[in-house]
Design a protein around this ligand. Sequence first.
Ligand SMILES: *[C@@H]1O[C@H](CO)[C@@H](O)[C@H](O)[C@H]1NC(C)=O
Ligand SMILES: *[C@@H]1O[C@H](CO)[C@@H](O)[C@H](O)[C@H]1NC(C)=O
Ligand SMILES: *[C@@H]1O[C@H](CO)[C@@H](O)[C@H](O)[C@H]1NC(C)=O
Ligand SMILES: *[C@@H]1O[C@H](CO)[C@@H](O)[C@H](O)[C@H]1NC(C)=O
Ligand SMILES: *[C@@H]1O[C@H](CO)[C@@H](O)[C@H](O)[C@H]1NC(C)=O
Ligand SMILES: *[C@@H]1O[C@H](CO)[C@@H](O)[C@H](O)[C@H]1NC(C)=O
Ligand SMILES: *[C@@H]1O[C@H](CO)[C@@H](O)[C@H](O)[C@H]1NC(C)=O
Ligand SMILES: *[C@@H]1O[C@H](CO)[C@@H](O)[C@H](O)[C@H]1NC(C)=O
Ligand SMILES: *[C@@H]1O[C@H](CO)[C@@H](O)[C@H](O)[C@H]1NC(C)=O
Ligand SMILES: *[C@@H]1O[C@H](CO)[C@@H](O)[C@H](O)[C@H]1NC(C)=O
Ligand SMILES: *[C@@H]1O[C@H](CO)[C@@H](O)[C@H](O)[C@H]1NC(C)=O
Ligand SMILES: *[C@@H]1O[C@H](CO)[C@@H](O)[C@H](O)[C@H]1NC(C)=O
Length: 517
Amino acid sequence: MAKFVHCLLLALLPAALAAPAPAPIVAAPHPMITARASLTDRTPTRVQERDLISSIEGFGSYLSSVLGTFPSYVASGVPNFFQDFPTGTAVEKSLGISSTDLAATPTQVLNIPGYANWTDQGWNLRFRGNVFKQPNISESKLDDLANVFLVGTSIQQLPPAEQTQARNLTAEIYVVQQGGVNVTMNIEPASSQGSDGTAGGSNAITAGGGAQNITLMGQTTSEGDFDQFLPLKNVSGPGGYLLPGNATTSIQRLNVFTQGTETGNATSYLVPEAGLTIISDIDDILRITRIYQPADGLLNSFAKAFVPWMNMPDIYANWSKSIPDFHFHYLTTTPEQVTRNYMDFIFKTYPGGSFDTRPLNFSDVSATLSIRKFLLEKIFQTYPKRKFILIADTSNSDVMKDYPAMATEFPNQVQCIFLRNTSAIDSGDKFPYDTSGFKNLSQNQYMFFLVPDDLTNLDIVNGQCYNTTIKQNVTFSYQGLPFGLGKKNAAGRLDAGWNGLVVAGLVMLLGSCLGIL
Ligand SMILES: *[C@@H]1O[C@H](CO)[C@@H](O)[C@H](O)[C@H]1NC(C)=O
Ligand SMILES: *[C@@H]1O[C@H](CO)[C@@H](O)[C@H](O)[C@H]1NC(C)=O
Ligand SMILES: *[C@@H]1O[C@H](CO)[C@@H](O)[C@H](O)[C@H]1NC(C)=O
Ligand SMILES: *[C@@H]1O[C@H](CO)[C@@H](O)[C@H](O)[C@H]1NC(C)=O
Ligand SMILES: *[C@@H]1O[C@H](CO)[C@@H](O)[C@H](O)[C@H]1NC(C)=O
Ligand SMILES: *[C@@H]1O[C@H](CO)[C@@H](O)[C@H](O)[C@H]1NC(C)=O
Ligand SMILES: *[C@@H]1O[C@H](CO)[C@@H](O)[C@H](O)[C@H]1NC(C)=O
Ligand SMILES: *[C@@H]1O[C@H](CO)[C@@H](O)[C@H](O)[C@H]1NC(C)=O
Ligand SMILES: *[C@@H]1O[C@H](CO)[C@@H](O)[C@H](O)[C@H]1NC(C)=O
Ligand SMILES: *[C@@H]1O[C@H](CO)[C@@H](O)[C@H](O)[C@H]1NC(C)=O
Ligand SMILES: *[C@@H]1O[C@H](CO)[C@@H](O)[C@H](O)[C@H]1NC(C)=O
Ligand SMILES: *[C@@H]1O[C@H](CO)[C@@H](O)[C@H](O)[C@H]1NC(C)=O
């Protein structure tokens, strides 16, 4: 029965996927395939096979070898709606919203907490966000839309709290972005991050002055996005002036309020030239997502309240308290539309800091797979004299490639790389991961770890990144492959997070349909 339902679901999937985004189905671009996922079960212990996968074939060719023909966008491993949440007029059209109704709804702004670097012209602050309107969608329509996201269950089957959360997320995805809009920010010294009085992490201090209003250059993109660095004027305030970034080690906090809406408030950070920054991923390192377990991953992302991973908040709280002027930067490749939920969770649970997510124009397959590298390079280039701690988990193949690559590309800027080995303690993680990028790094620079406590008592400021009590097991090739799995049999796992989630969902459905799982 279950198998029948899965096969049925799978058969219905192409239609369901096509429904919310009526864009014409064009031939899928050739996907950039990364590590493969296994369809066969395996024990949670690591298998130390070298070079088991030497040539990587497309997920699409795997699917077509199993299924024969399949719609090209599914065969590419990237269902287009998930790859590319509807933007702009696609939402209006698919919901049948009239422009007068929409005109009557207030304009909202997603203002993503930014950071500034010190230049010849003074402080240079990054403004990044999105302008949108929230259409009034009926509950029954929201339920229909939510059900498209919920593979293997439906909103009607969820407990009430999860129904509310699923509707909330769906509503955030179905917004109408506003292109061609002028954006003005009112900037003021911030006594804390946000309105809840939390310390704001990093022992950041209130900027002495700097109150000013800045109109961004040009208008929002057709997708409603803005992303630019603009110089701040050194205006005095009650606490004096802004401190120059080459004469202080302190991080200064400024509030950035978007004019014309109460939805666009953020706290941004003036980060000195030299110092230590942690770039932290979120899914499966700061919260329990289990992205590698598709059914769980979907529910944990769409319906359940975000839950911190073990005692990770204590580790960060200790670093925030004990490391002077530590800059926290949260970098996730989750789609921009759901960033607000990620920020809400982080700022209630972890130290305050700046944020990065996947911009809306990164929507085609190759752009999606390169987004983490793009974002990492951007922040490294912004602070050529700072050192970075990079942290994430092993289920993201882009992390496995990009984190060690930063150590090569920006010599002396990567202080530590910490990777939670998700498959070592969660037998549900069947994604193999590639450690070859670490071959030329010194063991002092990185650590694969199992639980947050493995990070306790490390002197990361002075470069102690490796807890010698944690056995590493790294062979510098693919880890976690089921022993004896032939080269041709493994399915591809597309990159990080949300893409992987859907790909994995398809793999699971397929597996179940074919009786493999
Ligand atoms: C700090 O930066 C400013 C502007 O680039 C420069 O004029 C000044 O000489 C620098 N001071 C030091 C101590 O490097
Ligand atoms: C949304 O639409 C419903 C029904 O069409 C209406 O009752 C409700 O007042 C509307 N809400 C807003 C905020 O306009
Ligand atoms: C979703 O929930 C968040 C957090 O409670 C809230 O800020 C946001 O306004 C909600 N979004 C919608 C579209 O209801
Ligand atoms: C945006 O600003 C430009 C130049 O300041 C102005 O010409 C234009 O009319 C403004 N657009 C809107 C929609 O207000
Ligand atoms: C910024 O604009 C607001 C109106 O939105 C005004 O009240 C405030 O005085 C302005 N601040 C500065 C520093 O010009
Ligand atoms: C701003 O100007 C004051 C007074 O001239 C100066 O002491 C301070 O270093 C300047 N700060 C920046 C960020 O340029
Ligand atoms: C944003 O800041 C403004 C100005 O301080 C305030 O009135 C508003 O309530 C804030 N909005 C939120 C959601 O906190
Ligand atoms: C997306 O837009 C940003 C600027 O907002 C630009 O730097 C980037 O190159 C664009 N990326 C793609 C894939 O179009
Ligand atoms: C400041 O950041 C910008 C944007 O990333 C970068 O182009 C510039 O080189 C940085 N300036 C300095 C002095 O590091
Ligand atoms: C290493 O990991 C163990 C086990 O999680 C922990 O007890 C210890 O505090 C960690 N740190 C050091 C420096 O050993
Ligand atoms: C807290 O962090 C500091 C700085 O990295 C470290 O020296 C100390 O051992 C940590 N304490 C715990 C309990 O992890
Ligand atoms: C290394 O292998 C041992 C034995 O299989 C296992 O207990 C441990 O969790 C592994 N360590 C890591 C970091 O995966």
